[in-house]
Design a protein around this ligand. Structure first.
Ligand code: UGA
Length: 451
């Protein structure tokens, strides 16, 4: 199959590389000429496990790069839209990039074409794309529009694509169903997993990827509802952690107890400084706006958002009570990314917390294994940048852990303690056991656990 992927951001680039990996011919399109040239020259613009390997394997063969939506559309059987849908001032998703791309696609539809929305969009966007294509002169009998939401996590997006829990296709014609089934056949039939060069193949993965076929509207709602549900799980456990904290109970024990119920499950129940990233904050707001537009008051989502914001405020108070006053203190901060395994700092709780600490008069020595260049771009000279965790800790009044990088859970505690002025750790990600840290000589404060 010939596939055009419009938008070479994180979802578009991963999807394009993975479509090539499962055997399709792919053109990845972006209107940023510099980015397209960089991709052609072998540069990898995002930090994502296995992406460099896939791009190196398929670049110039099954995967090409272009700046022309028209040429790619004219060539392709299926055109995937993966451009950004940022949050607008009202909380709704801003669909202007999707609309602009639809205009360009329309002018290049001369033969039969499947247009697929993969960007996260509000329900009924498929309908809107169809209308725009028609308005711009694409003959209605030549194209179908389908929805194919993505469930890729940053940091593990390639494996999430190739070994998905499920693939959702929202289709309303036999033509679009047939094409979408063909596109994902290497995964749904299990053929890909039998290949000797299959990425991540092994017994821990299922034999074939489950396919869920729905209407386009249901597929659109599945995406928003999934992200909102996951965000709700995080806010829920954070709220319970706050109660646990006030009575001296332990959120780890509570998580184990409730997570053992298979109807609940223990994933996405880690208490901490709250969720961030380019998806959950934006999607919960957008889903709330969708509900409002449908005449439904989805107050639960407001609570999810409020608990998340409260979590950051409570963390600042925790630091303050650990060091007494913030003005004039030097604090080591481990973590700038919104979660471990990525260099992405968008809506990162760590950045918001650093901003607030600075506003309250503290100095910050910051370290992150991948996100320092991006942190520097927003924090500038307001903080000092450290070369590793021990350098960050040197001479500080306390150390704060704000991102769940695995290496932050394996620090040489003796070395850390010797580097610091005072052995105080405030852990916003619960990476250590409190009893272990007490033995290691630290005053250790975490989320929802007795001190
Ligand atoms: C999320 C979803 O997990 C993906 O399924 C979805 O495709 C993606 O959004 C998207 O819509 O594109 P992502 O934003 O990469 O993926 O990050 P997550 O791994 O979901 O983490 C989100 C935030 O929640 C992070 O700040 C993380 O630290 C936090 N989190 C996660 C917790 O605080 N506790 C947890 O138990 C899990």
């Amino acid at each position: 199959m010939k596939i055009a992927v419009i938008g070479s951001g994180y979802v578009g680039l991963v999807s394009a590389a993975c479509f090539a990996e499962i055997g399709h011919e792919v053109i990845s399109v972006d209107n940023d000429h510099a980015k397209v040239n960089a991709l052609r020259n072998g540069e990898v613009p995002i930090h994502e496990q296995f992406l460099p390997e896939l791009l190196a394997k398929h670049r110039g063969k099954g995967l090409k790069f272009s700046t022309s939506v028209g040429d790619a559309t004219a060539w392709a059987d299926a055109v995937f839209i993966t451009v950004g849908t940022p949050q607008s001032a009202t909380g709704e998703a801003d669909l202007s990039y999707v609309e602009a791309v639809a205009h360009e696609i329309a002018t290049a539809i001369h033969g039969s074409k499947l247009v697929v929305e993969k960007s996260t969009v509000p329900v009924r966007t498929c309908e809107a794309i169809r209308k725009v294509l028609q308005l711009c002169g694409a003959p209605a009998d030549l194209f179908s529009v389908a929805s194919n939401p993505e469930f890729l996590r940053e940091g593990s997006a390639v494996l999430d694509f190739l070994h998905p829990d499920r693939i959702v296709i929202g289709v309303d014609t036999e033509f679009s169903r047939g094409l979408m089934e063909q596109i994902y056949w290497p995964l749904t039939s299990g053929e890909y997993y039998k290949r000797s060069d299959a990425l991540g193949a092994g017994p821990r993965f299922s034999e074939c990827a489950p396919l869920i076929v729905t209407s386009p509207k249901s597929a659109e709602l599945i995406k928003h509802a999934s992200n909102a549900f996951l965000a709700m799980k995080i806010s829920f456990i954070n709220a319970v952690a706050n109660i646990a904290e006030s009575v001296g109970a332990d959120i780890d024990e509570i998580r184990a107890g409730i997570g053992a119920d298979s109807r609940i499950g223990n994933r996405f129940l880690n208490a901490g400084v709250g969720y961030g990233g380019s998806c959950f904050p934006k999607d919960v707001q957008a889903f709330h706006a969708v509900a409002q537009e449908c005449g439904y008051r989805f107050g639960l989502l407001n609570e999810v958002i409020e608990i998340n914001a409260e979590q950051r405020r409570r963390f600042i108070l925790k630091v303050r009570s650990a060091v007494w006053t913030l003005r004039g203190k030097t604090l080591a901060v481990l973590g700038a990314a919104f979660k471990g395994g990525t260099d992405d700092i968008r809506e990162s709780p760590a950045i918001a917390i650093v901003d607030e600490l600075l506003a309250q008069g503290s100095s910050v020595r910051l370290f992150d294994p991948a996100a320092l260049p991006k942190a520097k771009a927003v924090l500038g000279d307001s903080v000092q940048y450290a070369s590793d965790a021990y350098d960050a800790a040197t001479g500080t009044d306390a150390l704060l852990i704000l991102t769940e990088w695995p290496e932050f859970a394996q620090l040489d505690l003796e070395r850390l303690r010797k580097a610091m002025k005072f052995p105080i750790i405030v852990d916003g990600r619960n990476l250590y056991r409190p009893s272990f840290m007490a033995k290691a000589g630290f005053a250790y404060h975490s989320i929802g656990r007795p001190e």
